[in-house]
Design a protein around this ligand. Structure first.
Ligand code: OGA
Ligand code: NI
Length: 346
């Protein structure tokens, strides 16, 4: 899609992050950091190229995902989320996830860091930790997802260095604090074509912000993602070869709103089946997220300090506890049954 077809495209910058893959203090790296700063101070959404995720992997994942979602419902349910238990993995059907209390018009597959049964966090029954579930009918899915996740997580580690520099911190700040062992969640979403809209169900995914540090999202050619900017809702159309990057609530909390987690939503109006592939690169589950003293007291967040200005009325500054606590609080709202399971396991 070019600028002419979409006048809003110009609002979301495209940043070539390739210089972040070199570890010197080069001018090119600093320039990327400046571009990130500008984007995060504006909408908190931008595109990245030079991310190192091969197109062939995306193509393989797209194909395998379409095959999976075309299976009969009972075949998909063989890897249903209830099988994944408290690890929060597997398939959920259309309407199975609630955003802002309403069922979304999407089905999906949930993955995360694939941990063996003898991993200490798994033996200790930490929620959201465990092994991925793989559909037996689609053998091509696993290698594609494994490679996609590995390459995207590498890009996220580099990008968070750019974010650290954009905040005037040492490049390795996050890797020394919150992301040495990041929480990584990955999802494949299918937004079905021409699903009837009702009052209850009108969005593929309703207005929300993401929970953690960074989201890196690949989307197919169908469009439908929208971002709330100071000037109103704009489209974030697919850009060939680019991933969408947006920042989450924990960066907003760390910086007292200097960098904002920006509300976004999806409606599939393309008349075709839309696929998207968001990967969430978040702080260590066990980490307490302490606001950066350098960013306390600036005026950006103050008028919203009580949360009245946020979509969910949350006050990110008041929250206490670990990232895991925050995440579980969110997850139990979007998947109430999982929240109940985690509570029972306690
Ligand atoms: C999300 C999200 C957008 C999309 O999963 O948090 O905003 O295009 N997804 O699927
Ligand atoms: Ni999101």
């Amino acid at each position: 899609m070019d600028d002419q077809n979409n006048p809003d495209y110009g609002h979301l910058p495209v940043i070539n992050m390739a210089p972040l893959f070199s570890s010197d203090g080069s001018a090119a790296r600093k320039d990327v950091a400046r571009q990130i700063e500008k984007a995060c101070r504006a909408s908190g959404f931008f595109y990245v190229t030079g991310h190192g995720v091969p197109t062939s992997v995306l193509t393989a994942m797209d194909q395998a995902s379409r095959q999976f979602f075309s299976l009969a419902e009972e075949q998909k349910m063989e890897v249903s989320m209830s099988r994944g238990g408290i690890a929060w993995r597997g398939f959920f059907p259309v309407g199975g996830e609630l955003t802002s209390g309403r069922p979304d018009i999407k089905e999906g597959l949930y993955f995360g860091s694939d941990l063996a049964d003898d991993h200490p966090r798994v033996t200790a029954a930490w929620p959201l930790h465990g092994a991925n579930l793989w559909p037996r009918q689609i053998p091509g899915l696993r290698p594609a997802v494994d490679t996609y996740m590995a390459t995207t997580v590498k890009a996220a580690h580099r990008l968070i260095e750019g974010i650290a520099m954009a905040l005037g911190l040492e490049a390795d700040y996050f890797d020394n604090t919150y992301t040495a062992e990041p929480t990584v969640l990955f999802r494949i979403f299918h937004y079905p074509a021409n699903h009837p809209l009702t009052e209850e169900q009108s969005w593929g995914v309703g207005e929300h912000t993401d929970y953690g540090l960074l989201t890196l999202l690949a989307q197919d050619a169908n469009g439908g993602l929208q971002v709330k900017t100071p000037n109103g809702w704009i489209d974030a159309p697919p850009v060939e070869g680019a991933l969408v990057c947006n920042i989450g609530d924990m960066l907003d909390r760390l910086t007292g709103g200097w960098f904002r987690s920006t509300p976004h939503r999806v409606r599939n109006t393309a008349g075709k089946d839309r696929l998207s592939f968001p990967l969430f690169f978040d702080p260590d589950f066990a980490a307490e997220i302490c606001p950066l003293p350098e960013y306390s007291g600036h005026s950006n967040r103050q008028k919203e300090a009580d949360g009245s200005g946020r979509w969910d009325h949350a006050d990110l500054q008041a929250f206490e506890g670990t990232y895991g606590d925050y995440l579980l609080g969110k997850v139990s709202k979007v998947f109430p049954e999982l929240g109940d399971k985690v509570l029972q396991a306690d």
